[in-house]
Design a protein around this ligand. Structure first.
Ligand SMILES: [Zn+2]
Length: 68
């Protein structure tokens, strides 16, 4: 009586999230804002506040570095 109840993990590709840390964007040289964000990121990392780390990475990536 084996029907079509194949477990989901045998059907699709594995999930993308494998726990591999994203490479951190470096702060732009000479950008005080990025330097501050980078320092906050280190402190968040020490607290294991990975959602904050991720937020700060996004902020650094999106920062115009004084172009605005
Ligand atoms: Zn910047």
């Amino acid at each position: 009586m084996f029907g079509k109840d194949v477990p989901a993990e045998l059907q699709g590709p594995p999930p993308v999230h494998l726990g591999v840390p994203m490479p951190d964007p470096g702060p732009a040289p000479g950008c005080d804002v990025c330097a501050a964000l980078s320092e906050q990121r280190e402190q968040a990392r020490k607290r294991r506040d990975m959602s904050k780390v991720s937020d700060l990475n996004i902020e650094i990536r999106n920062h115009p570095h004084g172009a605005g």
